[in-house]
Design a protein around this ligand. Structure first.
Ligand SMILES: [Mg+2]
Length: 264
């Protein structure tokens, strides 16, 4: 393991805890000026049917990956921030080959703080936060993103969140922190590499690819509502998982320039 999976201690909470911020106005000012990010769209939803800006021209033909945060790539419920092993390999690939959107039911301050910690490659282009416009029934309605579903993949640890979009969804096992080896993100990376190749070479859509790949078999899973859904599940037991070693230009190792799509 190259570094501890616990990358921030209990002080991490101070970066997003509202009570702390209200009592420390100067800290709020310091952090907001230090992040230097676009916060373009607190009113975006009012003017458009979609909750994020259109796909950038240079990403037009890239796969769109919608990535959940909690229990999918990080765990911070108890205060310290834990990152799922191999997150750097995953984000390095996403930065080079995909349009990446983080979609979380958490609040904006928390999501910004987490992404700033884990995204070393400026992979994340947009973040969608908790908001009444979509949060009511827990489902992440991909239509709200304004992206082509043929080119969109959603990655989740909660099946209910991708209800109705099972053909575009990948379910991963819950990540609950700790310092244990976990190969889930390597398996996910392996699948993404294969998917990008199949899109380029065979022009497969995301649903077509998921129907045929053995890397994410269709499984019957129990939902939070107590019923069942059929979801494509990452198979982290396979032994042919490869690691992505491609070089990424130094220019991409910059601070993220993602847009904040929805402000709570
Ligand atoms: Mg989650």
């Amino acid at each position: 393991m190259p570094f501890s999976q616990r990358i921030r201690g209990a002080s991490f909470r101070e970066e997003y805890d509202e009570t702390f911020f209200l009592q420390n106005a100067e800290v709020v000012e310091d952090l907001s000026s230090a992040t230097n990010r676009s916060t373009s769209s607190s009113s975006f939803l009012n003017r458009n049917t979609h909750i994020i800006p259109p796909k950038a021209k240079h990403l037009k033909h890239k796969l769109t990956v919608v990535l959940d945060l909690d229990e999918t790539i990080v765990y911070a419920r108890d205060g310290p921030l834990y990152v799922r092993p191999h997150i750097d390999e995953l984000f390095r690939f996403l930065a080079a080959h995909c349009e990446t959107i983080v979609w979380t039911s958490s609040i904006r301050r928390y999501a910004d703080a987490v992404v700033s910690q884990v995204d070393k490659f400026a992979a994340v282009k947009h973040i969608v936060y908790r908001h009444p416009s979509w949060c009511g029934n827990q489902v992440k309605d991909l239509k709200l993103l304004g992206r082509d579903l043929e080119s969109t993949l959603i990655i989740e640890n909660t099946p209910d969140c991708m209800r109705g979009y099972e053909a575009n969804g990948l379910l991963v096992e819950d990540y609950t922190g700790g310092e244990l080896e976990d190969r889930t993100l390597l398996s996910l990376l392996n699948l993404l590499q294969d998917l990008v190749r199949c899109r380029d070479v065979e022009h497969l859509s995301v649903p077509e690819y998921l129907r045929r790949t053995r890397l994410a078999p269709l499984c019957r899973v129990v939902t939070d509502k107590g019923n069942y859904m059929e979801c494509h599940c990452i198979n982290s037991e396979l032994e042919d998982t490869r690691t992505y070693f491609a070089e990424v230009p130094a220019s991409s190792l910059l601070q993220s320039d993602f847009t904040n799509a929805i402000v709570c």
